[in-house]
Design a protein around this ligand. Structure first.
Ligand code: 5RP
Length: 228
């Protein structure tokens, strides 16, 4: 099965979680798009809360009923993709720069389901860059403090300010993103705490203790991984 087919198969499995009347958080990215398509195809009465303008637009176009987190602060299930997950279902997210909205929506959900192809499964988080969303005000000062935290954790300090079209990438919430190439994050919880304590850090791409189940597409079908 191609990776695209694996993403689609995982999305079709996750859609079975959704029951009529539910409030459903919609993730962001190519895998989440397959879920949005599969959910719309089921034609059941649900209310959706999107994590990005792109997901909002796709869901609206397909006729899904949309609302927002302020009107629905308690969500039944959120289904989203990930850049990486480990055996404890700890995630790295944020390649699309939507991690702040994604984390608010996922953590407001009774259940977060991640859908992914098999390339996203890692033994140790950190193969993929760790995105850190930061305030544009004082971005260099915040970057320096992030560097200090990485050094404290004996992690490499390879960091870049994310660019798009030769300009600093700005998230939908108006922030910048610093991508950290760490290789292997031995203590993700500790790193997350350190980073979240830095003034100017809005959000990290680490999602810890949030995801309950991963549906992973593989060459032999979809595998369900449940957090213990
Ligand atoms: C966006 C995300 C995405 O869910 C993550 O990057 C996975 O994307 P894709 O399904 O396209 O591989 O976190 O901020």
């Amino acid at each position: 099965m191609s990776l695209e087919d694996q993403k689609k198969a995982a999305a079709e499995e996750a859609v079975k979680y959704v029951q009529p009347g539910m409030k459903v958080g919609l993730g962001t990215g190519s895998t989440a798009n397959y879920f949005i398509d599969a959910l719309a195809a089921r034609k059941i009465d649900v209310t959706c809360i999107a994590t990005s303008a792109a997901s909002q637009a796709r869901a609206e176009k397909l006729g899904l009923k949309m609302s927002n987190i302020d009107d629905h602060p308690f969500i039944d299930v959120t289904v989203d993709g990930a850049d990486e997950f480990d055996s404890e279902l700890r995630l790295i997210k944020g390649a699309g720069g939507a991690m702040h909205r994604e984390k608010i929506v996922a953590s407001s959900s009774r259940f977060m389901v991640v859908i992914a192809d098999q390339s996203k499964q890692v033994k140790t988080l950190g193969k993929f860059v760790l995105p850190v969303e930061v305030s544009r005000f004082g971005v260099n000062a915040t970057a320096w403090k992030i560097e200090r935290a990485l050094k404290h954790m004996n992690l490499p300090t390879k960091m870049v300010l994310r660019q798009r079209d030769d300009k600093a990438f700005i998230t939908e919430l108006g922030n910048a993103v610093i991508d950290c190439s760490l290789g292997a994050i031995a203590e993700p919880e500790k790193l997350d705490t350190l980073l979240n304590n830095i003034p100017g850090v809005i959000e990290t791409g680490l999602f810890i203790g949030i995801c309950g189940v991963v549906y992973m597409g593989t060459d032999n079908g979809v595998v369900e991984l449940v957090r213990k």
